[in-house]
Write a protein that binds this ligand. Structure first.
Ligand code: FE
Ligand code: FE
Ligand code: ZN
Length: 298
C-alpha cells in the first residue's frame, strides 16, 4: 500500500448508522476509520438490518476507504479479567455478540481492552482473560474477526500495560485460535505506561522481540495530556501533549507500519471534531500550534 492509512474514531448512530459513519470519515478525508457498534457504555444495540450497512460499504468503496482496514472497538463494559462469575459471564456473552456484530458490519478488526483485575492481582486477572477468550473462541468456532488486544495506560487495575502482559495473554490462547489474535498499540497508552514513544526503533524492536511485529494490526494515534509513566489515559490532540508532533508522526510514516491503520482518538475541541484539521496537519508533516484555535472558531 502506497498511501498512508489514516482515520479517526467516528460515530455510529441514527438515523444513518453505518452509512453515517462512512460519510463522517469521508468528510474528514480519511481512508480508514473506527466505530463502536453501539454505545460503548451500554449493551443496547440497533438490529443489524437497520444499520444501513450495505449502503455504508458501497459508499466506502466509492470513497476510497480501505474496507479490510476498518476497525471496530469493543465496548468498555466487557471485562474478562473479573473473577465474579456473573460479570465474567456477562462479559463473555457480550463479547461474543459484539464479535458477531462486527462480522455483520463486514469488519475484520475488533479492538478489545484486555481487562481489569479489579484488585484480584495481575496473575488471576490474566488467567481470567485467557480463559474467557478461549471460551469465546470455542463457542464461536470459525471466525474472520481478529481480536486486537489494546496496550493500556495502567489506570486503576488495567491489564495489558506492558508488552509482556499482552504476550502472556496471547500465549494462553489455544493454538487453533492464534490467527484470530492481534494487538492494537495506543501511543497515548504506551506513553502513560512508561514507553518512550519518540524512540520508535526501541518501541518496535521491543514489540517485535516480545510479541512479534506481525501481530501489530492497529495503531491508535493519540498525544497524551500526561508525562511518561503517569498511568492516566487522557488523550490530547496531536502535537499538543507530552508526546509531541514529531514523535507521533514517525508512526504514520514508518515503513514497518505502512499496512497498519492509524486511528485518531483525540478529544473534540469545544464540541467540534478535530479530525479533518489534524489529518491535514499530519499529511503536511508540520505542526500547527494554532490548530486548536482554528477548530474552536469554526
Ligand atoms: Fe481503546
Ligand atoms: Fe485507544
Ligand atoms: Zn485511552
Amino acid at each position: 500500500m502506497d498511501k498512508i492509512l489514516l482515520g479517526s474514531h467516528v460515530s455510529m448512530s441514527g438515523p444513518d448508522y453505518y452509512l453515517g459513519s462512512v460519510k463522517e470519515a469521508l468528510s474528514y478525508g480519511e481512508n480508514v476509520f473506527m466505530f463502536y457498534t453501539g454505545a460503548p457504555q451500554n449493551n443496547k444495540r440497533t438490529p443489524l438490518e437497520n444499520c444501513k450497512i450495505k449502503e455504508g460499504i458501497e459508499l466506502a468503496q466509492k470513497g476510497g476507504i480501505i474496507l479490510d482496514k476498518i476497525v471496530c472497538h469493543a465496548p468498555y463494559m466487557i471485562n474478562l479479567g473479573n473473577s465474579d462469575p456473573d460479570k465474567f459471564k456477562f462479559s463473555k456473552d457480550f463479547l461474543k455478540s459484539e464479535i458477531l456484530r462486527c462480522e455483520g458490519f463486514g469488519c475484520n478488526l475488533l479492538v478489545l481492552h484486555p481487562g481489569l483485575h479489579v484488585h484480584m492481582g495481575e496473575e488471576i486477572g490474566i488467567n481470567n482473560i485467557i480463559r474467557g477468550l478461549n471460551e469465546v473462541f470455542n463457542d464461536l468456532k470459525e471466525l474472520n474477526v481478529t481480536i486486537c488486544l489494546e496496550t493500556m495506560a495502567g489506570k486503576g487495575t488495567e491489564l495489558g500495560i506492558t508488552f509482556e502482559q499482552i504476550k502472556k495473554i496471547i500465549d494462553g490462547i489455544d493454538e487453533k485460535y492464534q490467527n484470530n489474535l492481534g494487538v492494537c498499540l495506543d501511543t497515548c497508552h504506551i506513553n502513560d505506561a512508561g514507553y518512550i514513544v519518540d524512540d520508535i526503533d526501541e518501541v518496535l524492536n521491543r514489540f517485535d522481540d516480545i510479541i512479534g511485529l506481525k501481530l501489530l494490526k492497529v495503531i491508535h494515534l493519540n498525544d497524551s495530556k500526561n508525562p511518561l509513566g503517569a498511568h492516566k489515559d487522557r488523550h490530547e490532540n496531536i502535537g499538543f501533549g507530552e508526546i509531541g508532533f514529531d514523535s507521533l508522526i514517525k508512526y504514520v510514516y514508518d515503513s514497518r507500519l505502512v499496512d497498519i491503520p492509524k486511528i485518531l482518538e483525540t478529544p473534540y475541541i469545544e464540541n467540534k471534531p478535530p479530525y479533518k484539521e489534524e489529518i491535514e496537519m499530519i499529511k503536511k508533516k508540520e505542526f500547527n500550534p494554532s490548530l486548536k484555535d482554528i477548530i474552536a472558531s469554526k
